[in-house]
Write a protein that binds this ligand. Structure first.
Ligand code: PBG
Length: 330
């Protein structure tokens, strides 16, 4: 390589904060962020989640308050997870029109109209007593087609309760096509979209979420349905398959250990892409900060910026409210 000519001095543009602001390529705004919200049936007060500082399992009343805070700082997209009072092997509660998520969707839609985007997680692991993402066969494996049929029923319930987007997160084959067909035949072809978890890995970083959603598998793991962490080409194939099945938005998860997949899925599809900064990513930054081992605020902000720079159009993050407030304060 030729030596760099002495006239080229990139540091000239790094000299002051104002210059750095001027040439910064990647920025985040509150509307790039989606806040996950947990609602639990049968509790009287919100319950903090120990492994996720600042995150709680909400009642319908307390989630309304949280939603007002989020809206006040400009975070207007919310992803709802429900924890039902009763679980069974089939996860039937997921499709209950009076279930906790359906109630919450109706309430938040009443409170906020179309000023907000309501996304509903469409999966069964919060609803099954064994914690897997679908009903089981006799050998303990998840029955793909039974799971998909149940997701389709849950999605219609969520659409009817006011969801703008349903977000199937179970990694079952054919889930997007089946949900699209069910939504269309229930009259939601024009109004309700699918945010497809197309590229979701079998990850250790979901640990704290499983406390929050009370959905840890009671035996085995999710490696029989979620992607193997070593597979990148397969992650792209899954994304392309979901596009062909009618996905409106795609999602890569986790984010930080899979930024190559954020980039590759975006390049391969061109669809709006979400990346999920998952519970373990959030928890480890908080934990290290609590030990005084890194500057938690800066590390969190840098992590979110990196996800956006890798190609995510939006980021699902438990830090959404905190980050938006920080932006407001300048
Ligand atoms: C499953 C689901 C999971 C998460 C979102 N949806 C857990 C899992 O696959 O075990 C994890 C999110 C997080 O860790 O923040 N329906």
């Amino acid at each position: 390589m030729e030596p760099r000519p002495p006239t080229i001095r990139p540091r000239r543009l790094r000299r002051t904060p104002a210059l750095r602001d001027l040439v910064r390529e990647t920025r985040l705004t509150p509307t790039d962020l989606v806040a996950p919200l947990f609602v639990k049936e049968g509790i009287a007060e919100p319950q903090p989640v120990a492994s996720m500082p600042g995150v709680a399992q909400h009642t319908v009343d307390s989630v309304r308050v949280e939603a007002k805070h989020l809206r006040a700082v400009g975070v207007t997209s919310w992803l709802l997870f429900g924890v039902p009072a009763t679980k069974d092997p089939e996860g039937n509660e997921a499709a209950n029109p009076d279930g906790i998520v359906a109630q919450t969707l109706r309430t938040l839609r009443d409170d906020h109209g179309d000023e907000v985007v309501l996304v509903a997680d469409t999966c069964l692991d919060e609803y099954t007593d064994h914690g897997h993402c679908g009903p089981l066969r006799a050998d303990g494996s998840v029955d793909n087609d039974a799971a998909v049929a149940a997701y389709a029923r849950a999605a219609v319930t969520q659409a009817e309760a006011g969801a703008d987007l349903v977000a199937p997160s179970g990694m079952m084959d054919g889930q997007v096509a089946a949900i699209r067909a069910a939504l269309d035949s229930a009259g939601h072809a024009e109004r309700v979209g699918i945010m497809a978890y197309c590229t979701k890995y079998a990850s250790a970083f979901y640990g704290p979420f499983r406390d929050a959603a009370e959905c840890a598998p009671q035996f085995g793991d999710r490696a029989g349905y979620q992607l193997d962490p070593g597979n990148a080409d397969e992650g792209v194939r899954e994304a392309l398959a979901d596009v062909a099945e009618g996905a409106d938005l795609l999602l890569v998860k986790p984010a930080m250990a899979y930024l190559d997949m954020v980039w590759r899925v975006k390049q391969a599809t061109g669809l709006p892409l979400a990346a999920y900064q998952v519970s373990g990513e959030y928890a480890m930054l908080h934990a290290a900060a609590q030990y005084g081992w890194l500057d938690g605020d800066r590390a969190m902000a840098e992590s979110l910026l990196g996800i956006r720079r890798a190609g995510a159009d939006l980021i699902i993050t438990y830090a959404a409210a905190w980050f938006a407030r920080r932006l407001q304060q300048g």
